[in-house]
Design a protein around this ligand. Structure first.
Ligand code: SF4
Length: 345
């Protein structure tokens, strides 16, 4: 691997095996897109490791963005997600802005000759709503487990397009430099290993009339899972509760990438969600996992022992309040660490 510092005036890409550090002092805005999972939280920890708090004014330029996949219709996500994220942002004293596609996962999934929902996003001036311009069409199916984002529609429709809408509808990103940070890691999959960890963002318009310079940086692309957990340990930071229940990713509770043990655990600890997932699985022409129903898949799995042994923690993951701290004096590696599981391809 090669290491380099990217000069602000250098509009360039970094190859997949390069470790790059952009000039953090050169940006007007630093956005971390976070699911509150370990890798995107580690992006913030890495900025601290790189000494961003020593750069005058730089901490005030950081903001976190979270795209709420369910909007106001609780369904796929862990109920604790928003409140855990808010507690983290308070701890790090970083503004946290939520955004979503109207109606969230369920509305998009159940679209039947209907438009997709519009968008809303938060920013320093409050909440903005952008109506949908989409043509009516039909889904009536789960996102498919594939690298093709036209089939795996949850990532583009509920996250990527939401972020793009929030960027392109805020004039504060014009005539300036923005660093957009995401937490993909090469170790996660062969496809992610081929990502360029630094390149112009898809909404970059530096050469145009708007002078909207946006770089996309993946600061933990080269880090191993061991290094990610070492950052958590160093900062004595509690990971999101599902990690302690045995889940290796803090994704949607009903994530389409979940495997047999994942759904066996969801069936056990979150029966309300499991029942809904099974009902849709039986209603649609295609099951979530082609060739096998969710019920059959869950029956093949074994619930995570850590989840069965920790009813208190299960309750925490399924509640919508977070009252405790996000750090601990007795940091423990979560039960979900280093577990192979389904994840993004
Ligand atoms: S966590 Fe899974 S189900 Fe949820 S949006 Fe991401 S890929 Fe889709």
């Amino acid at each position: 691997m090669s290491c380099s510092l990217i000069h602000p005036s250098e509009p360039r890409r970094a190859g997949p095996s390069e470790i790059v550090t952009p000039d953090l002092a050169s940006y007007d805005h630093i956005i971390i897109a976070t699911s509150f999972g370990k890798d995107s939280v580690a992006c913030h920890l890495r900025l601290l490791e790189l000494g961003i708090d020593k750069i005058p004014g730089a901490m005030e330029r950081i903001e976190w963005w979270h795209h709420d996949v369910d909007d106001d219709d609780p369904f796929m996500d862990w109920p604790i997600t928003r409140e855990y994220g808010k507690a983290l942002s308070r701890h790090f004293e970083v503004p946290l802005y939520f955004s979503a596609r109207e109606g969230g996962f369920r509305r998009e999934m159940l679209k039947n000759n209907e438009q997709s929902g519009g968008y809303w996003f938060e920013g320093p001036r409050g909440r903005t709503y952008i109506p949908s311009q989409s043509k009516p069409n039909t889904r009536m199916q789960y996102p498919q487990v594939t690298a093709d984002l036209r089939q795996r529609w949850c990532s583009p429709y509920l996250k990527i397009m939401v972020a793009s809408t929030a960027i392109t509808n805020q004039s504060r990103f014009c005539n300036g430099r923005t660093l957009f940070i995401t937490g993909e890691r090469a170790e996660e999959s062969a496809s992610r290993a081929r990502y360029n960890p630094f390149q112009p963002h898809r909404n970059d318009a530096r050469a145009g009339r708007l002078k909207r310079h946006i770089d996309h940086w993946m600061p933990v692309h080269h880090l191993t899972e061991t290094e990610i957990w070492a950052l958590f340990r160093k900062h004595q930071l509690l990971a999101a509760p599902p990690y302690y229940l045995g889940f290796s990713r803090f994704s949607c509770a009903g994530c389409i990438f979940g495997q047999a043990d994942h759904f066996a655990t969801i069936r056990e600890i979150h029966p309300v969600l499991f029942k809904q997932l099974v009902e849709y699985d039986q209603t649609f022409n295609k099951t979530m996992k082609r060739g096998i129903s969710l019920e059959e898949l869950a029956a093949r799995g074994t619930p995570f022992p850590a989840a069965l042994e920790n009813p208190e923690l299960c309750r925490l993951a399924l509640q919508t309040t977070w009252s405790g701290p996000v750090t601990t004096n007795n940091w423990q590696l979560p039960a979900g660490a280093y577990k192979a599981s389904g994840g993004p391809v």
